[in-house]
Design a protein around this ligand. Structure first.
Ligand code: NAG
Ligand code: NAG
Ligand code: CU
Length: 235
């Protein structure tokens, strides 16, 4: 009896998680899952689970089999990701980009070291002062089935990995309680500018388990929130 109840809870929890298997470029979602988005490890691509150890190398691309395609997108355009089954937990959703060296294969290049700049962030919105809550008004990404950002126009043309990250805060009352849902899309950026994006950070490395942006106390409720990581590079 106890055993079957536990199994039911596990099943119910698993359904509440999610993944990001397709990009949306030029207004159109890709035709199938895990083409230009590197397939995440089975705990995410099959079981919809997140990452709870921010020191793990999973923080780069969540494992990530080699990619199979590249989407072409122009600087200044909007790039999105499909969240299959929807973003079922509240928290911020952020986008990082890493330039793939010209002489490396975009399908297999490992984005280790300080290679990532933050290109977008959908964070908490203060709706009229007072406490923030775990609802859709505070968290614009919550319950969405797709999320997007505008690629800064000044990013130089070239091959990039685009890392989408949704941080689930519902169990983040203690360090290690936040769940991170991550995936890496592969793009060929055209029409770029001559900016120098930064600051560049590493995954793992950019986040600590006790970062205030990875903690969500129940009481007293927070009145402000800053997502973890560096500022968005505006170009
Ligand atoms: C994660 O890495 C940091 C920095 O190296 C270290 O201080 C911390 O103890 C590590 N945390 C875990 C849970 O391994
Ligand atoms: C990216 O686009 C440029 C310009 O059209 C092209 O020369 C290059 O082959 C493309 N690279 C990839 C990886 O698709
Ligand atoms: Cu969940």
């Amino acid at each position: 009896m106890k055993f079957s109840l536990c199994m039911l809870l596990v099943a119910a929890t698993a359904q509440a998680h999610y993944k990001f298997p397709r990009m949306i470029a030029n207004g159109k979602p890709e035709s199938a899952d895990w083409l230009a988005v590197r397939k995440t490890k089975v705990t995410n691509s099959r079981d919809n689970g997140g990452i709870s150890d921010v020191n793990s190398s999973d923080m780069r691309c969540f494992g990530g089999s080699p990619g199979k395609a590249v989407v072409t997108v122009a600087a200044g355009d909007t790039l999105g990701f499909v969240a299959s089954s929807g973003i079922m937990h509240f928290g911020p959703c952020q986008f990082y980009m890493a330039r793939v060296p010209d002489d490396k294969d975009i399908n297999t290049w490992e984005p280790a070291g300080n290679v990532w700049f933050k290109a977008g962030s959908i964070s908490a919105v203060q709706t009229g002062g007072g406490a923030l809550s775990g609802n859709e008004a505070t968290w614009p990404a919550y319950h969405k089935t797709q999320v997007s950002f505008k690629i800064p126009a000044n990013v130089p043309s070239g091959k990039y990995l685009v890392r989408v990250e949704s941080i689930a805060l519902h169990l983040a009352q203690q360090p290690g309680g936040a769940q991170l849902y991550v995936a890496c899309g592969q793009i060929n950026l055209t029409g770029g500018g001559n900016g120098t994006p930064g600051p560049l950070v590493a995954f793992p490395g950019a986040y600590k388990a006790n970062d205030p942006g990875l903690i969500w106390p129940n009481s007293p409720p927070r009145t402000s929130y800053t997502a973890p990581g560096p500022a968005v590079w505006e170009g």
